[in-house]
Ligand binder design. Sequence first.
Ligand SMILES: C[S@@+](CC[C@H](N)C(=O)[O-])C[C@H]1O[C@@H](n2cnc3c(N)ncnc32)[C@H](O)[C@@H]1O
Length: 420
Amino acid sequence: MLSLAELTDYFKARDINFEIQFFSGEFFALSFEKEFDASSIADLGGTIKIAEVKARFPTETVKEAFLKKNKQAKKELTESLAAGGLIDGMAKSTEKILFGVSVYCTESTLRTSSSGIQRFVGSAIKDELADLGKKANFMGFGSDRKQAQLSHVEVLKKNLVENKSEVLFCIGRTETWVAVTVAVHNPFEFQKRDIYKPNQRKIFGMPPRLARMMVNLSACKQGKVLLDPFCGVGTILQEALMEKAIVVGMDVNPWCVKASTENLEWLAQEYGLADADFRVLQGDVSRLVEKMGQEAVDCIVCEPDLGPALRQVPTGPYAQKIIQKLEPLYFGFVEQAYRALRPGGRLVLVTPYMKARSGQAVTMPIGKKLEDMGFKRVYPFTKEMFAASAGGLDRVTTAASLVEMDERHMIGREIHIVEK
Ligand SMILES: C[S@@+](CC[C@H](N)C(=O)[O-])C[C@H]1O[C@@H](n2cnc3c(N)ncnc32)[C@H](O)[C@@H]1O
């Protein structure tokens, strides 16, 4: 859901009109009023592949074909695949073609058929290419594969985007989409910003992909002023600078001020950002307005202290104690943030999210404080974004915050988006 929220805020900030046709944990299907530039995937932290739809059919036909082994249904699928022009891009190649098929399946009854579907689509494509006198190799269906999918790294390494030769078969609950990959996430770029920056801090560091998602959730774009008043080594600031925002950092720790300044200088040089506009101040967040002035920034994006590193799952009372200890820092900051933001400006704030031994989630009660200050909650999803057929909206349109938690970690992140 975090990636879909990022996408929708990214489009809204750029006046790109879209409608969500379908969403699930596996994939989203969106329609656009105008063609949009798929290379914008480089601006997104949470999108792995973008593909252009070539054919669609009822999932019922896929069930008939693969669960009931109905030959007529298989024939219908083969015909729809051929009519969609899936191979148009591949067929232009003068050399032997290498192509792949990835199956994304939301429909649980079809999950175990994914490898069979992958092989079926692969064979249909290979036959079509053979009819045109083209030789082709189909990659990615070895028996050692856990999922019938190519990873984005495989797609990158084998140039499948340039050759238009990865086909996605996306099975929704009632509809199935077949698409050709037109852009893929490049993990090496994000990794480079993470591991080659001059100053790093392992325990407090935030992954650059998450930082980019938060920057996009703040509606930040070129020319906006973005502040991270708990900037650490500047991961959020770096991602905002990549968006060509005017970037201001602050941290109470003088080492962090020096470290993040050096990291931003490195980034500007590494990416040739000639007009990069950034500064990092030293100071306690309780003096934010004094340092920055009133209504001086468009976006505030930050992760304050998340509490001590935990080695084991905390008991409920201990988790509560951690939260209570942190509350004065967060509550005091919210007051400063409201005053420093311009009207209409956004605050994207991480608060700690813990699962106690009982399984109960322990979170910070920041909602009331934000409301009392005058902030309005930005719900990541509204009903208007979805097509009437999308289904399952109540769950997502009532979600007031987004949770990011790696099962291996004891503390997760609850991400709040509010507007002044
Ligand atoms: C969780 S870290 C932020 C990590 C950052 N996102 C990064 O990727 O490096 C929190 C930072 O807040 C700073 N900090 C803690 N209390 C502060 C305060 N009262 N005022 C300003 N900075 C503070 C700490 O020095 C620390 O660098």
